[in-house]
Each structure stands twice: as structure tokens, then as C-alpha cells.
Ligand binder design. Structure first.
Ligand SMILES: Nc1ncnc2c1ncn2[C@@H]1O[C@H](COP(=O)(O)OP(=O)(O)OP(=O)(O)O)[C@@H](O)[C@H]1O
Length: 251
């Protein structure tokens, strides 16, 4: 039986001062154990949507529940259940990787030997042990992305939200990040992530939604979307068929 853990019902979002809705009557259910990809061109609304799912932004109207709970009434409870890996680095550049992670772990209520063990173990899993006492400002983009990921998962969240977790990283860092996410999912973590990497999403995601102009234009397993699009050999073909060739520049 599929157990829905994220429920999005008729959600709209209009930013203050904006003329148009960035999210436009969007409804979606995400089941426990999925790796769910939110895909779409620049400006489609991916970051806006995932920010609302994490409770960082409020919908203008509509409902979002996480395991049946709403941010309005149960924000504290939800925050213990979810992990968030934002697109922008949330790290302190003048602190070391170890110090940053001890800080983030403490924010999630971890402490003592448990916290030290989790920080040390995660740094090792993501290939960063050697650099744990170096300041973040000296780190490469790929190393910062890996520390950013650890900061969001130290408290072992049931549901993990990631906004473009592999943007701007080399293939080596990307592989380490994706393998780690697969391992977390195997151990029961539901993963919701935004990405521009359609090849990656095609193999990584159990389900995807393609978003354009703030609405979902298609949802399903990557295989289903390819089967339903005439002549599509891969998810990129489906994506182009649904969202078109036009550039999506915005400022
Ligand atoms: N703080 C804001 N104030 C006003 N408009 C915003 C704000 N943030 C985003 N928008 C607008 O909302 C729309 C959706 O933006 P969003 O960042 O969610 O898209 P995205 O799919 O994540 O894009 P990208 O792939 O470029 O990251 C865009 O038209 C954008 O200009």
C-alpha cells in the first residue's frame, strides 16, 4: 500500500508585489520511500514549491501537509521529521567543516558523543575527513555542497528536501552525493529534490513531476512519461516536448 507523506492541495503562491502567481493551483501527493524529482525550466517554480514544502515560505492559498501535519499548527513537529538542503550554502565560511556541523547538529537537538559520532561518520562517508579542520572558505564548490548535505541530514530526517544538490559540482562530488542519497533512501528516507539534470533524474528518481509556469504539466515514473510521449527516447525529450525550446530568461 502506498502511504502518502506529503500532500499538496490547490496551492497558489504570489510573491509580494508580483503580478503573477509563481505557483498556480498545484496539487500533488508524494508517497513514503519515493525519490521524487521536481523538474522544470528556469523560473518554473521549483524553488518556490520546495521552499513551501520545507516551511520556509507560506502559500498564498491552499494546503500543504507533511505526514498529516500543517506548518501552521505543527511546525515544530514537522521540523523534527524533515531535513532541508538549500541551494544556497547555509555554512559559516570562517568556521571549519567540523565546527559548522557541530553547530548545525546542536540546532537539531543533537549533543555529546552522539553528535560527535554522527559528524565524524558523515564526514568520512562523504570523503571529507581529511579536511574536517579546514575553514569552509577554503573549500571547493563540491566540498561545500557535501558539507551542506551533511548539515541537512545529521538528525536522520524521515523526509529530505534538496534544492539542486549537485549544482556546480564536478562529476566526482556529484557521484558521492548521489550515492549517499541512494543509501539514505534505501534506509527509508523519502527524498524530494529539484534538478536541472534530466539524465540524473531519469535514473535516480522513482517518480517525477515536470513543472512549468507554476503548474504541473506531467507526473509519473520516468518510464511512464517516456512511454506517454511519442518519439521520446529519454526524459530530456519528454521535457522539451512539454516545456518547449524557448529560452526562459527572467530577472
Ligand atoms: N522573492 C521573489 N520575489 C518575487 N518573485 C520571485 C521571488 N522568487 C522567485 N520569484 C519568481 O517566481 C518564479 C519562480 O521562481 P523559482 O525560483 O521558484 O523558479 P525555479 O524553477 O526554481 O527556477 P531556477 O531553475 O532558475 O532556480 C520566477 O518567475 C521568479 O522570478
Amino acid at each position: 500500500m502506498n502511504l502518502s507523506v506529503i500532500h499538496i492541495n490547490n496551492v497558489y503562491k504570489k510573491y509580494k508585489g508580483a503580478d503573477v502567481f509563481s505557483i498556480n493551483n498545484l496539487s500533488l501527493e508524494i508517497n513514503k520511500g519515493e525519490i521524487y524529482g521536481l523538474l522544470g525550466p528556469n523560473g518554473a517554480g521549483k524553488t518556490t514549491l520546495i521552499s513551501m514544502l520545507c516551511g520556509l515560505l507560506k502559500p498564498t492559498s491552499g494546503q500543504i501537509t507533511i505526514k498529516g501535519l500543517s506548518f501552521k499548527d505543527n511546525a515544530k513537529q514537522i521540523k523534527q521529521t524533515i531535513g532541508v538542503v538549500p541551494q544556497e550554502y547555509a555554512l559559516y565560511p570562517t568556521l571549519t567543516a567540523y565546527e559548522n556541523l557541530m553547530y548545525f547538529g546542536a540546532m537539531y537537538g543533537l549533543s555529546g558523543t552522539d553528535l560527535k559520532f554522527k559528524v565524524t561518520e558523515s564526514l568520512e562517508h562523504l570523503g571529507l575527513s581529511k579536511f574536517q579542520n579546514k575553514k569552509i572558505r577554503t573549500f571547493s564548490g563540491g566540498m561545500k555542497r557535501r558539507v551542506n548535505l551533511i548539515a541537512g541530514i545529521l538528525h536522520q530526517p524521515e523526509i529530505l528536501f534538496l534544492d539542486e544538490p549537485t549544482v556546480g559540482v564536478d562529476v566526482q562530488s556529484k557521484n558521492v552525493i548521489m550515492e549517499h542519497l541512494k543509501m539514505l533512501n534505501k534506509n527509508g528516507t523519502t527524498i524530494v529534490y529539484t534538478s536541472h539534470h534530466l539524465n540524473e533524474a531519469e535514473t535516480f528518481c522513482s517518480k517525477v513531476s515536470i513543472i512549468d509556469n507554476g503548474s504541473i504539466v506531467a507526473s509519473g515514473t520516468p518510464k511512464e512519461l517516456m512511454q506517454n510521449s511519442t518519439g521520446a527516447n529519454n526524459l530530456e525529450d519528454v521535457f522539451i516536448q512539454l516545456t518547449g525550446e524557448a529560452l526562459r530568461d527572467y530577472a
